[in-house]
Ligand binder design. Structure first.
Ligand SMILES: CC(C)(COP(=O)(O)OP(=O)(O)OC[C@H]1O[C@@H](n2cnc3c(N)ncnc32)[C@H](O)[C@@H]1OP(=O)(O)O)[C@@H](O)C(=O)NCCC(=O)NCCS
Length: 367
């Protein structure tokens, strides 16, 4: 058996949910460029059912999701206790996601309920961290409009909804990325939704995956506040062998198609919110990266600025990624559970061989 470090290039299984074939991201066969302005709920339906909903199905699905965007009193109480600690919001989210698995009949919970609660929980983490009261969803609004309202406390403009809607669609799924694959490994053991999602949140947290968006913004802030030359900054970091966050991708070696769309949204939002200094900085960094390396901006590079323009703290950027990706995680958990096949690869043993436990070591014997 050939070894592939990091499973790069290994086809671990089949999926009907999404594809990055030929560096084109598509959901259930539809290219992302054609889906980016559809309602988020319609894309969630597509990921879960493999086909677009009819008008009536979409209206019913939207109502079902929005109806679930509320948290039980006990969950809010517990979150209020832990979300104030000086802990990373992804750690708070990890505990919050696993909580219903201990209090509910986990077999009863269905994906729409779980997605609605996940969005409400992430918004609540953001509110509690800022000492702001929890908001309640409006049944007549859509999921994205409600989500922004739940975390910001303000009814968003139509253009804000449109932009975050696209951001959420672009992040909704990405075939066998690290967190989704983690969720699938857990699902392959026929474990429950909460166990799979908790594992996915843990995998997303790291800076080589979802945690990169937070690191991108810390980099921009460092350069901006210290009045550093971005070219010099990048050159120094590369010379030191450091990675520049928000660049490079396991699958897209010639550029991430999502970053092209997100760059335009970041530019518009930066202009609208007086954040062009950060956007200009990003342009300079991506230019020097193009000159010095073969690396292109990935999905996290511009999302960092987009979330900052939504007045979010950098530490809450990765929970925002989780909010978008939950739809895809759930789709993959459903698909993997239906597959009924345990994921259990093999390893190449490179440790010592042919060793023997010494005789006469009576002092180590267990009485
Ligand atoms: C995403 C990522 C893990 C993909 O990694 P990968 O396909 O396994 O590629 P590798 O990490 O092996 O990188 C290949 C080479 O490019 C370099 N490289 C990759 N990403 C880099 C980055 N962002 N900055 C500087 N160098 C980078 C590596 O150091 C490596 O160099 P080497 O061959 O001299 O050792 C990697 O590009 C990365 O760490 N990026 C930064 C984190 C990030 O933005 N993550 C979000 C991904 S959507």
């Amino acid at each position: 058996m050939a070894l592939s470090k990091g499973l790069a290039g290994v086809i671990a299984d089949q999926t009907r949910i999404s594809s990055t074939h030929n560096a084109i991201l598509s959901y259930a066969g539809y290219p992302i460029n054609e889906l980016k302005d559809a309602p988020f709920e319609e894309i969630v339906y597509l990921l879960w059912h493999g086909q677009l909903p009819s008008r009536d199905e979409l209206a019913a699905f939207r109502f079902e999701l929005v109806s679930q965007m509320a948290l039980p009193y006990e969950t809010v109480q517990l979150m209020a206790r832990i979300a104030r600690e000086p802990q990373h919001p992804m750690s708070i989210l990890r505990t919050t996601v696993s909580l219903p698995g201990t209090t509910n009949d986990v077999k009863r919970d269905e994906p729409p309920r779980i997605l609605g609660k996940m969005l409400a929980a992430i918004a609540a983490i953001i509110r509690i961290r800022n000492d702001q009261p929890i908001k309640h969803a409006h049944r007549q609004w859509g999921v994205v409009e409600n989500f922004i309202y739940l975390f910001s406390g303000k009814r968003p403009t139509a253009s804000e909804v449109k932009m975050l809607n696209t951001v959420m669609i672009l992040h909704a799924d990405h075939e066998f990325n690290a967190s989704t694959f983690t969720a699938r490994v857990v699902a392959s053991t026929q474990s429950d939704y909460y166990s799979c999602l908790t594992a996915a949140v843990c995998a997303l947290k790291g800076p080589l995956h979802g945690g990169a968006n937070e690191q991108v913004f810390h980099m921009l802030e460092t350069i901006h506040h210290n009045h550093q030359d971005p070219v010099e900054f990048v050159n120094q970091r590369l010379a030191a062998g450091d990675k520049i966050m928000g660049f490079g991708h396991r699958v897209y070696k010639n550029g991430d198609p999502r970053a092209v769309i997100l760059r335009e949204i970041a530019k518009t939002l930066a202009r609208d919110t007086d954040n062009m200094a950060y956007f200009d900085l990003q342009e300079q960094i991506s230019q020097v990266m193009a000159e010095k390396t073969h690396l292109h901006p990935n999905v996290d590079y511009y999302t960092a600025l987009i979330y900052h323009c939504f007045n979010l703290d950098a530490e809450t950027f990765t929970p925002m990624f989780a909010a978008c990706r939950t739809a895809g995680w759930l789709a993959h958990i459903i698909e993997q559970q239906a597959r009924g096949c345990l994921i259990r690869p093999s390893s190449e043993y490179v440790g010592q061989t042919n060793r023997h436990y010494p005789t006469g070591k009576e002092e180590n014997a267990i009485d």
